[in-house]
Design a protein around this ligand. Structure first.
Ligand code: ATP
Ligand code: MG
Length: 633
C-alpha cells in the first residue's frame, strides 16, 4: 500500500504529545497568527511545496485509473497499440511521480530545517541574555532537553501538517470522486468498513501516545540525571557523599521503564499496522467479490474493477492520517507555545534604546542609594521548568526580601576599595550591581558618570573585568579560554599576561603548553592556578574596572605570594572593588567598606577602622587570613 508524504502510520504515531490532554489544551490567543509568522520567510518555498504536493497526489490517483483503461480499452479489445501507449504513459507518470516526490521532499526539508534554524538561533540568543537568576533557577538538563524537543516538535508538526493535510485531503477527494463515478454501490460498502477500522485505530493512537509520552518523560529524566552526574562537580559529589549502588538502582529503574514502554509501543504499533493491512485486504476482497459479481452481470467493466481495488488501497492511509489531524495540529501548536513561553521571558537587564559608550581610560565608579532585592521566580523563570514547582511559594518570600539597602559609595578612578563583611552580607551581590548582572531596585550605579542602565553592553563588558572565586573556564585549551576575553590577542600577548599573572612557569611545564585542555570547569587545574589563569584572562582584556572575589581557600605561602604578585599587576592603575579575605589587601585599600545585612556599617582606611572598633575589629580578629607576619596594630 502506498501512502502520501506524512500520511503513513509512522507519521500518525510520531506525535509524542498526542493524547487527550493535548487535544483539550486551550491555546492562548494569537498563537496561530504567530506560528504563521514563522512560515513567512519561507513563503515562496511553501507555495511551491504545496503545488508539488498536489501534483504528486493527483499522479497517485491517475495511475490506477490508467491501469483500468489498459484492461478495458487495450487488453479486452486486444488492441496492442493502446496497451503499449498507456503502459508507457503509466511508466512515465511513475518516473515523474518519483522525481517530483524527491523535489517535494527537498522543499519540505528546506522549510522544516529552516524553521528549526530560525527557532533555534532565536531561542539560544534569547536564553543567553536571560539574567543570571534565570540560570540559578532552571535545571540545565531539563531546559536543554525541553528546548531541543520542542523546537523539533514544532518543526515536525509544521511540515507534516503542511504536507500531510494538503496531500491527504487532495488524495482523498480525488480518490472518492473517482470511486463514486465508477460505482457508488461498492464505494458506499467500502466506506462502511471504515468505522470498523477507524475507531480502534483512534483508540490505539491514544494509547500509543500516552506510552510515547511516558517514555519521553522517563528519557528526559535519564538525560537530566546524566547531565547532573556526569560532570566533575556532580561526579565528585557522588563519590564523596553518594551511594553509587543506590544511584545504579535508581537509574536502572527508570531505564527499565523506558524499555517496558518501548516494548509496548512496538507491539501496539505492529497491531495497528496489521489492522490497517487487514482492513485494506478486506476492502479488496469486497471490491473483487461484489465488483466481480457486478462485472459478471455486465454492470461493471473489468478495468474499472481493477482500478477501484487499487484506489481503495490508497484511501485508508490518508483517512487514518486525517482522523488524527486535529491532534497533530494541537501538538504542533503546543510545542510552539512552549517555545513562545521561553521567548516571551523579558530579559530583566536590557540595553537602553539609545545607549551611550562608557568613557575609555581610568574611570570612577559610583553607587548612589542602591537598594536591591533578587527577582522572584515569576520574573525570571518558566513555571514549568522549575525543578520543584510545589516548593516555590515558600521560597518566594526569601527572594523578595532586600539584600542591599541604600548603599552609597564613591570610588575615584584608579582607587582600590576593599569590601568586607560576614558571609551573606551582600558583598557578591554588590559587585553584581557594578557588572550590571542585575539592575538595582532603587538608586543608580554610574561608571565615569554614565548610568549603567544607559550604557552600551559592549562598552560595559569592555570596561569591567571580573575574577570570581570559582574562576570558571570552558572545557577547552588554556589558549582558547584566554582568547575568549580578547579574541585578537597574539601568542606573545598571552604569554605576557600569563607571566604577569605568575602562571607562565606552570603553563610552560605542561606537555601541551598553551594547548592543554583545562578539563570540565577547569577541574584539571588547582584552585590557585585557576584563579591566576583567570587573572591572566583579565589582564589580556585590560579592563578599566576590576571586580575581584579573593579566594578564601588557603594557599601555601608560595602560591599566596604568586597570587599576590598577580593581583598587584591586575589591580595597578585600575579602579578596583575587591571582596577581601586577606589582610594585605585591606591594608593596601584606599577605602574599606564594611557590609552587614546589606548596609554599609563602617567605612574608612584600615587604621581608621581599627581605631573605631566595631564589626571591622571583630572581622579583623577572626576572619582575615594573616600572611606570614602577624598584624601589628
Ligand atoms: N541568586 C540569588 N537569588 C536569591 N538570593 C540570593 C542569590 N544570591 C544570593 N542571595 C542571597 O543574598 C544574600 C547576600 O548574598 P551574597 O552572595 O551577596 O553574600 P556575600 O556577602 O557575598 O557572602 P559570602 O561572603 O559568603 O560570599 C544572601 O542572603 C543570599 O542568600
Ligand atoms: Mg560572596
Amino acid at each position: 500500500m502506498m501512502m502520501g508524504p506524512g500520511s503513513g502510520p509512522g507519521a500518525t504515531m510520531r506525535g509524542f504529545t498526542r493524547d487527550r490532554s493535548v487535544r483539550d489544551h486551550r491555546l492562548r490567543q494569537g498563537t496561530g497568527r504567530r506560528v504563521v509568522g514563522y512560515g513567512r520567510p519561507f513563503r515562496s518555498d511553501i507555495g511551491l511545496f504545496l503545488v508539488l504536493t498536489i501534483v504528486v497526489a493527483a499522479l497517485g490517483v491517475a495511475t490506477p485509473l490508467l491501469l483500468g483503461r489498459i484492461i478495458d480499452d487495450g487488453v479486452i479489445p486486444e488492441d496492442r497499440q493502446v496497451v503499449i501507449v498507456l503502459g508507457v504513459v503509466v511508466a512515465v507518470l511513475a518516473v515523474l511521480e518519483a522525481g517530483l516526490t524527491v523535489i517535494t521532499r527537498f522543499y519540505g526539508a528546506r522549510i522544516g530545517e529552516g524553521l528549526i534554524l530560525n527557532l533555534r538561533t532565536e531561542v539560544f540568543a534569547h536564553v543567553l541574555r536571560q539574567p543570571i537568576a534565570f540560570f540559578t533557577r532552571a535545571q540545565t538538563g531539563a531546559l536543554v532537553n525541553r528546548l531541543n524537543t520542542d523546537v523539533i516538535g514544532a518543526q515536525t508538526a509544521f511540515t507534516s501538517i503542511l504536507s500531510g493535510l494538503v496531500s491527504n485531503v487532495v488524495s482523498l477527494v480525488l480518490i472518492l470522486g473517482a470511486l463514486l463515478t465508477m460505482s457508488w454501490q461498492i464505494t458506499v460498502l467500502a466506506l462502511l468498513l471504515l468505522p470498523v477500522f477507524l475507531i480502534p485505530a483512534q483508540r490505539m493512537g491514544q494509547r500509543l501516545s500516552a506510552l510515547t509520552r511516558q517514555q519521553m518523560t522517563l528519557n528526559a529524566e535519564l538525560a537530566t540525571r546524566m547531565t547532573e552526574r556526569f560532570n566533575v562537580a556532580g561526579a565528585l559529589l557522588v563519590r564523596l557523599f553518594g551511594r553509587p549502588a543506590q544511584e545504579d538502582l535508581e537509574y536502572a529503574e527508570r531505564a527499565r521503564g523506558v524499555r517496558d514502554a518501548g516494548v509496548r509501543i512496538a507491539v501496539n504499533r505492529v497491531i495497528f499496522l496489521a489492522g490497517l493491512g487487514l482492513v485494506a485486504a478486506l476492502a479488496t476482497a469486497l471490491v473483487y467479490g461484489m465488483g466481480g459479481l457486478m462485472a459478471v452481470a455486465g454492470q461493471l467493466s473489468v478495468g474499472t474493477l481493477v482500478a477501484m481495488a487499487a484506489l481503495l488501497g490508497r484511501m485508508y492511509g490518508p483517512l487514518t492520517a486525517l482522523s488524527n489531524v486535529r491532534v497533530d495540529i494541537m501538538t504542533a501548536l503546543v510545542s510552539f507555545e512552549r517555545i513562545f513561553e521561553v521567548l516571551d521571558l523579558e530579559p530583566l537587564v536590557r540595553e537602553a534604546a539609545e545607549p551611550v559608550d562608557l568613557p575609555d581610560g581610568p574611570v570612577d565608579v559610583e553607587l548612589e542609594g542602591v537598594s536591591f532585592a533578587y527577582p522572584g521566580a515569576d520574573q525570571v523563570s518558566i513555571a514549568s521548568l522549575e525543578s520543584r514547582p510545589e516548593l516555590e511559594t515558600g521560597a518566594e518570600g526569601a527572594d523578595g526580601a532586600g539584600v542591599l539597602h541604600d548603599v552609597t559609595v564613591r570610588i575615584g578612578a584608579g582607587q582600590l576599595v576593599a569590601l568586607v563583611g560576614p558571609s551573606g552580607a551582600g558583598k557578591s551581590t554588590l559587585t553584581t550591581m557594578v557588572s550590571r548582572l542585575y539592575d538595582p531596585t532603587e538608586g543608580a550605579v554610574r561608571i565615569g558618570g554614565v548610568d549603567l542602565r544607559t550604557a552600551t553592553f559592549a562598552s560595559l563588558s569592555r570596561t569591567i573585568g571580573v575574577v570570581t572565586q570559582e574562576a570558571h573556564m570552558f572545557n577547552d585549551t588554556i589558549r582558547a579560554n584566554l582568547l575568549y576575553a580578547a579574541p585578537a590577542a597574539t601568542t606573545e600577548e598571552i604569554e605576557r599576561a600569563l607571566r604577569a599573572a605568575q602562571v607562565w612557569s606552570l603553563v610552560e611545564r605542561l606537555p601541551d603548553g598553551l594547548d592543554t585542555v583545562v578539563g570540565d570547569r577547569g577541574h584539571r587545574l588547582s584552585g590557585g592556578e585557576k584563579q591566576r589563569l583567570a587573572i591572566a584572562r583579565l589582564l589580556l582584556k585590560s579592563p578599566a574596572v576590576v571586580l575581584l572575589d579573593e579566594a578564601t581557600a588557603h594557599l601555601d605561602s608560595e602560591s599566596e605570594a604568586a597570587v599576590q604578585r598577580a593581583l598587584d599587576e591586575a589591580l595597578a592603575g585600575r579602579t578596583s572593588i575587591v571582596i577581601a579575605h586577606r589582610l594585605s589587601t585591606v591594608r593596601e585599600a584606599d577605602q574599606i567598606l564594611v557590609l552587614d545585612g546589606g548596609r554599609i556599617v563602617q567605612s574608612g582606611t584600615h587604621e581608621e577602622l581599627l581605631a573605631q572598633g566595631g564589626l571591622y575589629r571583630t572581622l579583623h580578629d577572626t576572619q582575615f587570613r594573616t600572611e606570614r607576619q602577624t598584624p601589628t596594630c
